[in-house]
Design a protein around this ligand. Structure first.
Ligand SMILES: CCCCC/C=C\C/C=C\C/C=C\C/C=C\CCCC(=O)SCCNC(=O)CCNC(=O)[C@H](O)C(C)(C)COP(=O)(O)OP(=O)(O)OC[C@H]1O[C@@H](n2cnc3c(N)ncnc32)[C@H](O)[C@@H]1OP(=O)(O)O
Length: 196
């Protein structure tokens, strides 16, 4: 990928297709659950994590909730911008489960519209709008206090489909083996299976 102004952006190419919800995707209203117990975004066992709770929506869309805790501060009493980007990233990443595609974030462009206080619950909504080869184009926003609350953050993202080798090559083999041995087979499928 070329550096600087030559690098490709977040606009889908003209031949991009509309995303297709996988036939086995969780029904609208169903909780997605965590894809990995230790995930910073959604892991139930990750003490330092965001504990994001995500629900499938219609088409290729999800909603999620994230309550800002004191550990997430940047300025006193206000959420750190990087943490808010993480919440957006995690929500956007969950869309790939509705596509049944393993993909990683290639690019994430975030607008911070309004500060988010500690104690507030951010209501996130994300949807995928286009797919072009391995590239998945998605967008998300986060509102304070409720789905119709004041807009606080929004993001556009490009995810790139990868093979499971991405994790086995770059990640920690022992932890990947342990994650694959999880008795929750749905979770294992979610993390590691590509378009069954
Ligand atoms: C132990 C358990 C693990 C469990 C598994 C984890 C996840 C499982 C999956 C689902 C779980 C569900 C829910 C949520 C999960 C996570 C949410 C957060 C997600 C993340 O937080 S994930 C971490 C951060 N993420 C990275 O750690 C990526 C590091 N990175 C790379 O690994 C490579 O960089 C890669 C793979 C991105 C590309 O590399 P590559 O060699 O495969 O492909 P290549 O470069 O050819 O790009 C192909 C086409 O994408 C275009 N393209 C690429 N990059 C671009 C950019 N930045 N901007 C604009 N366009 C870009 C090119 O321009 C080309 O486009 P074209 O085809 O048109 O030419």
């Amino acid at each position: 990928m070329p550096p600087g102004p030559e690098r490709p952006g977040l606009t889908p190419p003209p031949d991009a297709a509309a995303p297709v919800r996988h036939r086995d995707a969780p029904a609208p209203g169903e909780l997605l659950g965590s894809h990995y117990d230790q995930c910073f975004g959604c892991g139930e066992d990750q003490a330092h994590g965001l504990h994001l709770v995500t629900t499938a929506g219609e088409g290729v869309s999800v909603t999620a909730e994230f309550t800002v805790r004191p550990a997430h501060q940047g300025a006193p009493g206000l959420a750190h911008g990087g943490v808010l980007a993480s919440a957006l990233d995690e929500t956007l990443g969950s869309l790939n489960w509705l596509l049944r595609t393993i993909a990683v974030t290639g690019r994430l462009e975030t607008d911070y519209v309004r500060p988010v206080p500690v104690g507030a619950t951010l209501h996130l909504a994300a949807r995928c709008h286009a797919v072009a080869g391995r590239k998945i184009f998605s967008t998300a926003e986060g509102r304070i206090g409720g789905p119709d609350g004041p807009l606080a953050v929004r993001a556009d993202a490009l995810f790139v489909e990868v093979k499971v080798d991405h994790f086995t090559t770059h990640g920690r083999p022992d932890e990947i083996r342990a994650a694959m041995a999880d008795p929750d087979q749905d979770k294992v499928t979610r993390a590691f299976e590509v378009n069954p």
